[in-house]
Design a protein around this ligand. Structure first.
Ligand code: NAP
Length: 551
């Protein structure tokens, strides 16, 4: 192996490699990473499967797609140029607006010239003799780089269940996560929708007024929290602009990486009247405010959680007029937070429409898809269009669906076959000079803030390696064991541990055969960020102690 240390000079890759760094994906992660590495003077290149930037926001074009987080913390704060010029129009921006934002980021920061679009990466292999990564595209081209960074996203590998008979269906079939760019005309159609996670919950109220009939095939009902969307007025936007640094600072000191007030009491510790008042206030404020700003123990205490779960069930029963539908829509056998709660924009109200039908598939699932519809037990539902809103092989799917080959031919998906091992979700023993932006075991949190922190940390790590003549940044196996232990400990202490029965993606429980374990860190984004800072300021302890660490 070569111990040559590369000192970057602006925009000229080190001798013997095509690029200093190859990044996969041009969503929030890839764009943020590219910008940070450009600032280090490295010659970096992004490969992106889509024809444009955006990642999640490029692919998920289904009707109703919008953020569940508010604009002011669902964006980057690191670029003054971007934040001074960009104006958000809605409290919860819709997909086209987030996509325009990321295009704007790419243009303002002059990133596009370093991105190859329409280029899917199928393999990345570490060459130990030359201490570089060899990255192969679907077209068969091979590029080399010293650093290899995944920005492939956490909820980006769509999962479509194999339902018996699907190939015989004569109508149209769509997946929310790969919705056609040109849109789909659903007007006057009989539409079947499978899946009522955040994606399904968003699509229902938007297509309900357009379609002839909408049949929602529901296996597990969700706790859908009111969102309360409205326009962003100029004075609100200007206030946010002048406070971006403080907002980010507040977000990184919050367990969910949002700039929220931290409640100081538990739901079980106040009177029933006070509890109701606080819940009602949080419900009106909307979205994650209900989950995070009302009481401090909804994710950790069963009694307090039961009050919140009950409050939401009462809201469902008040909203949905048909008592039979209302009961079916009420989650009863797992707690609030047992799955990631979606934000609703008229979701429950949509079930008051005569053309919206709820088909309960809890007991036996869908039996088969026929040429003309869907069969559930004795009932055959005739449809023209079938939409899958069935989620993702979360956290690991993008990384395990391609061949990432480390030292001694070790393939990442094999390494994780029986359980996850990462160092802080950022690096993996056996995979030198490889970093993941939001790899598995990173916090369960608001993603743009977590991404901003991660790209900052990785660029610091790379600069540290360059400056300290460390040819090989490789995480130690001991650090991985310690982190796996902490991820398990933190997750087990939460209500989220009960998400298994509800097929929660953060436990890998939505993918048949996937090991059931926490795929995210539930111990708090704030705790995680502090730990990352400690590691960085202690010479990236645990991150260059692999077999071939120093030059
Ligand atoms: P999801 O939450 O995993 O929901 C998938 C849905 O498909 C569930 O209702 C699931 O039912 C159903 N399903 C899966 N396989 C099925 C089968 N064989 N038969 C019947 N139903 C089946 O996926 P998602 O809605 O795409 O959301 C995933 C995550 O992406 C969210 O939690 C969120 O983090 C993110 N997301 C965010 C936004 C936003 O912020 N605006 C929007 C969309 C997604 P079971 O529950 O019974 O398994």
């Amino acid at each position: 192996m070569s111990n040559e240390v590369i000192t970057a000079s602006p925009k000229h890759a080190a001798a013997g490699v095509d690029y200093d760094a190859i990044i996969v994906g041009a969503g929030f992660s890839g764009l943020g990473m590219l910008h940070h590495l450009n600032q280090l003077g490295l010659r970096s290149h992004v490969f992106e499967a889509g024809t444009g930037v955006g990642g999640t926001w490029y692919w998920n074009r289904y009707p109703g797609a919008r953020t569940d987080s508010e604009f002011y913390y669902y964006s980057f704060s690191f670029s003054r140029e971007v934040r001074d010029a960009w104006k958000w129009s809605e409290r919860y921006p819709a997909q086209p607006e987030v996509l325009r934002y990321l295009e704007f980021v790419a243009e303002k920061l002059e990133l596009k010239q370093d991105i190859s679009f329409n280029t899917k990466i199928t393999r990345a292999e570490y060459d130990e003799d030359r201490n570089l990564w060899r990255v192969t595209t679907a077209q068969g081209e091979v590029f080399t780089a010293r650093w290899f960074v995944s920005g492939m996203g956490v909820l980006s590998a769509p999962s479509t269940p194999k339902i018996k008979g699907i190939e015989s269906f004569r109508g149209q079939v769509y997946q929310t996560a790969t919705w056609p760019k040109q849109g789909v005309d659903l007007s006057g159609k009989r539409v079947g929708l499978i899946g009522v996670g955040a994606s399904g919950v968003q699509i229902v109220p938007v297509i309900a007024p357009v379609v002839k009939d909408l049949f929602v095939f529901q296996r597990t009902p969700n706790y859908v929290v009111a969102s309360s969307n409205y326009k962003v007025e100029d004075d609100w936007m200007s206030k946010i602009r002048t406070n971006y640094d403080d907002i980010h600072k507040q977000a990184v000191s919050h367990g969910f990486a949002v700039p929220f007030k931290k409640p100081t009491v538990g739901a079980k510790d106040v009177s029933p009247e006070e509890r109701e008042r606080v819940f009602e206030e949080g419900w009106k404020e909307g979205g994650f405010h209900f989950m995070l700003e009302t009481f401090n123990d909804l994710a950790t205490n069963e009694e307090s959680n039961a009050y919140a779960s009950d409050f939401i069930r009462r809201k469902i029963r008040e909203t949905v007029k048909d008592p039979l539908k209302a009961e079916l829509l009420c989650p009863k056998d797992y707690p609030f937070n047992g799955k990631r709660p979606p934000g609703g924009h008229g979701y429950y109200e949509a079930f008051n429409r005569e053309n919206v039908h709820l088909v309960d598939i809890r007991a036996n699932g869908i039996d088969e898809v026929t040429e003309t519809g869907v069969r559930v037990g004795e009932r055959h539902v005739e449809i023209d269009v079938l939409i899958f809103a069935t989620g993702f092989d979360a956290m690991t799917g993008t990384l395990t669906r391609i061949d990432i080959v480390g030292r001694d031919g070790l393939v990442l998906r094999d390494k994780w076959k029986d359980g996850l091992r990462t160092n802080m979700g950022l690096a993996v023993n056996g995979f030198p000079n490889f970093f993941m932006i939001l790899g598995p075991q990173t916090p369960y949190a608001n993603l743009p803030v977590a991404i901003q922190e991660a790209v900052g940390w990785v660029s610091r790590a790379i600069r540290y390696a360059e400056e300290n003549r460390i040819a090989c940044m490789e995480s130690s196996a001991e650090a991985e064991e310690a982190w796996a232990h902490e991820v398990h400990r933190a997750g087990s202490a939460t209500i989220m541990a009960q998400g298994g029965s509800a097929h929660a993606w953060f436990l890998g429980a939505n993918i048949p055969g996937k090991p059931r374990e926490f795929n995210v860190y539930m111990g708090g984004a704030d705790v995680y960020f502090r730990r990352c800072e400690e590691i960085a300021s202690n010479g990236f302890r645990g991150f260059h102690e692999g077999a071939l660490a120093t030059a």
